[in-house]
Design a protein around this ligand. Structure first.
Ligand SMILES: NC(=O)c1ccc[n+]([C@@H]2O[C@H](COP(=O)([O-])OP(=O)(O)OC[C@H]3O[C@@H](n4cnc5c(N)ncnc54)[C@H](OP(=O)(O)O)[C@@H]3O)[C@@H](O)[C@H]2O)c1
Length: 251
């Protein structure tokens, strides 16, 4: 995959059971992807996810990966890259946490930060270096619109995504010109199991819409992708709203 706007033939998903990641994998398999590595915590769900992609005709492998074990990331990703070129790494792991509960339980709050941010710092650096050594490939990072500005309702999650988002932008700049590229994807509310039962935003979207936006982003060579696209302008406006007003908005 020497041309960055070509869709990937091989895909490594970090967070292999993520509904958004699996919708993206399905879409890419329908286009061009033939080999998929699903990295995640070993579970029946991970094996079922692999089976569902195999049924679409892809060659699918699973590999044990824990975002909370950064010391293992080099070895885990190294094993995958040693098997052949990886055209795209999709960094999809993450937890939403439970804001009200986590505010009273700092250890759980830290787990959100460690999974979403420090886990991604480690995995992102390892993936970025491997793509650079290879001389081509995308690191696609699932950030969030929540990274844009702290909201009362989810600032623990939002701050972890803000860290991830800033890190991914910087990594993209560090890799610029090496052949390795970074795309930051900022979905708003996506209807998945992780958001089941939570109040919906009027901009609620689906894993399939995120997958479509990622495909379009790859074709365009985009560095930033909002899903839905209208969120870009909305969050830009909200970012500049005065604090006193912003904290009273029902967001
Ligand atoms: N859904 C939304 O509204 C939304 C909006 C914006 C951004 N996002 C982001 O998009 C990404 C995917 O979300 P999703 O909606 O597809 O959620 P999901 O289906 O719940 O997927 C989350 C994934 O993270 C994995 N994970 C959690 N902790 C992990 C750990 N310590 N090590 C390895 N993997 C771990 C889960 O694996 P297990 O199977 O082992 O639990 C699962 O594969 C997340 O980063 C999320 O923050 C989601």
């Amino acid at each position: 995959m020497k041309d960055a706007t070509e869709l990937p033939r091989s895909l490594l998903v970090l967070g292999g059971t993520s509904e958004i990641a699996l919708a993206t994998a399905r879409r890419l398999i329908a286009r061009r992807t033939r080999t998929v590595w699903l990295a995640g915590r070993p579970s029946l769900a991970l094996e079922n996810a692999a089976g569902s992609l195999r049924a679409l005709g892809a060659d699918v492998h699973t590999v044990a990966f824990d975002a909370l074990a950064p010391e293992s990331h080099e070895a885990v990703l190294g094993k995958v890259f040693a098997e052949g070129p990886v055209d795209m790494v999709l960094l999809a792991f993450g937890i939403l946490g439970d804001q009200a509960h986590d505010e009273r339980d700092p250890v759980r709050a830290v787990r959100v930060a460690q999974t979403n941010y420090t886990g991604a710092v480690s995995a992102g650096l390892v993936a970025g270096r491997a793509l650079q050594t290879q001389g081509h490939g995308w690191l696609v990072v699932l950030s969030s619109a929540a990274a844009e500005r702290a909201r009362r309702a989810d600032f623990i999650y939002g701050s972890s995504k803000a860290g991830l988002d800033t890190f991914a932008q910087g990594l993209g700049d560090a890799l610029y010109g090496t052949g390795a590229r970074v795309m930051v994807v900022r979905p708003g509310f996506v209807r998945t199991r992780s958001t089941a039962g939570r109040p919906r935003s009027p901009f609620a979207t689906t894993p399939e819409s995120v997958a479509t936006a990622v495909e379009l982003g790859l074709r365009r060579g985009a560095e930033t992708v909002w899903v839905p696209g209208a969120l870009r302008l909305l969050t830009a406006a909200l970012r500049h709203a005065p604090r006193a007003l912003f904290r009273r908005l029902p967001l």
